[in-house]
Design a protein around this ligand. Structure first.
Ligand code: LLP
Length: 458
């Protein structure tokens, strides 16, 4: 469910006609709906309420500070230092954390970037994110540790800085899940985390470390997971490991089950937060109750990204040319793999449709071939980049379009802008946030001067 809908043949985001956005800021442009972001957060919060999780948004999927800010205001944590988020709600994931990043996370202090708007600066100041200094470091809530070497580095740096922090070991529960081989992470042969056996050794080795409290378990089994069962199986295995750790004298007080809940790329694709919660909550709740009854600490963490942001954003692109070659039709747009990489990289499906259509072409569903009364024509929708892999859709049935028309590419709010590049010297797109009847440009379109600035100043 989201707040993008056709009304009398014109696509609106909440109360704003998306064509007016293209007129105001040009294309390609990412458009986000604040109401949809809020809706998705509420659904997750309600579904998982019985286990009161700390919800840490996966910033990598949509890192614009003006998207993060309302999420922080709704009480969400983050999975990196970001957007004035209270450090006690930040977990830090990543396979290759550098020494500088570890230091920053231990002091929970990053310099306020000069370009932040007064609003964003105020948010940081309010949260206290700028208040901590090397003299009064405030470590983030938890490091999600991916290897023994990283744990050693965190312990060493924490000792040097005279702070104590918490670490959770990321384990591979060995359950395959996720939409594409590139976004499956919990396989035994993946670069992520440590094996359960290795985790048990590390719990023992660091049991008495004065600077790093290793009492957490973390998993993230993949992304775009569309059935709850593999997720539930992985949680079962994680809990079994927690039992083993406890039996070995290392009680687990922090359980982070990661992100990965799917989103609706086709209408009805994703089972919804409730379906995941229905199988996960009963597995975890009894532990929580027992821990509470015994007065022991146990915190549950989830790290959703896509399920919040994907359907809250679309990409607006303008048709440049229509081309026919060797019996095939090509729609050439100003967006391409440099704007939205997912189709090229993962063969991902994104529903796309003209922003203005006749009544016979209003799409009742967002699927490969929606049932409409009007005629559809198959075409490859391709971008401007010199690569055969630069496509947004192949053989896609679409209403007829002409140069100058706008096409909306749906479910692009997660891993869209964040994976955009300057390939072929294209400028990064603009981003717009819609709230009811109003639209705000939350990232201006990059210019060639912006790009050259990095080179001309050296
Ligand atoms: N936690 C960890 C440790 C992660 O690595 C990720 C995503 C998440 C949470 C959030 O997962 P989500 O809830 O968004 O599925 N670029 C790919 C997705 C890569 C996911 C990377 N990790 C795509 O466009 O599909």
């Amino acid at each position: 469910m989201d707040h993008f809908a056709y009304r009398n043949g014109r696509l609106a985001c909440e109360g704003v006609d998306v064509e007016s956005i293209a007129h105001a800021v040009g294309t390609p442009t990412y458009v986000y709906s604040a109401a949809t972001l809020t809706l998705h957060v509420k659904r997750l919060a309600e579904a998982f309420a019985p286990i009161e999780p700390l919800m840490c948004f996966a910033v990598k999927c949509c890192p614009n500070v003006h998207v993060l800010r309302p999420l922080v205001d709704m009480g969400l944590g983050m999975d990196v230092l970001a957007a004035g988020c209270d450090p006690s709600k930040i977990v830090f994931a990543g396979v290759g954390k550098t020494e500088a990043e570890i230091r920053a996370a231990l002091a929970a202090h990053i310099a306020t970037p000069a370009h932040l708007t007064p609003d964003a600066r105020a948010a940081r100041a309010l949260s206290g994110a700028d208040a901590s200094t090397a003299d009064s470091p405030r470590p983030i809530a938890c490091f999600n540790v991916e290897s023994e070497g990283e744990l050693e580095a965190i312990a060493r740096i924490a000792r040097q800085m005279g702070v104590r922090c918490r670490a959770a070991l990321r384990v591979n529960p060995g359950v395959k899940a996720g939409g594409h081989a590139y976004i499956t992470t919990a396989d035994t042969h993946s670069k992520f985390g440590v094996s359960p056996e290795h985790a048990l050794e590390l719990f023992k080795r660091f049991a008495h470390d004065a600077h790093v409290q290793v009492d957490g378990l973390h998993m993230h089994i993949g992304s775009s997971i569309l059935t709850p069962e593999p997720y539930a199986e992985a949680v079962r295995r994680l809990l079994a490991l927690a039992d083993q750790a406890s039996a070995a004298g290392a009680p687990i007080r922090w359980l982070d089950i990661g992100g990965g809940f799917g989103a609706d790329y086709h209408t009805g694709d994703a089972p919804g937060a409730e379906a995941f919660a229905r199988v996960i909550v009963p597995l975890i709740k009894p532990r929580l109750d027992t821990a509470r009854a015994r007065g022991e600490e146990l915190r549950i963490v989830i790290e959703p990204g896509r399920t919040i942001a994907a359907n809250a954003g679309l990409l607006l692109t303008r048709v440049q040319y229509i081309k026919h070659a060797a019996g095939k039709k090509y729609i050439v747009t100003d967006a391409g793999m440099q704007t939205l990489l997912r189709p090229s990289l993962y063969q991902a499906f994104h529903f796309m449709w003209p922003t203005r259509v006749g009544p016979q072409h209003e799409p009742p569903t967002r699927t490969e071939r929606p049932t409409v009364d009007g005629v559809l024509e198959a075409a490859d929708v391709v971008g401007p980049v010199c690569e055969s892999g630069d496509f947004l859709a192949k053989d896609r049935a679409l209403p007829p379009v002409a140069p100058g028309d706008l096409i909306a590419i749906f479910a692009a709010g997660a891993y869209g802008m964040s994976m955009a590049s300057r390939y072929n010297s294209h400028c990064l797109p603009a981003e717009v946030l819609v709230r009811g009847e109003s639209m705000t440009t939350i990232r201006r379109r990059e210019t060639i001067d912006d790009q050259l600035a990095h080179e001309l100043t050296v």
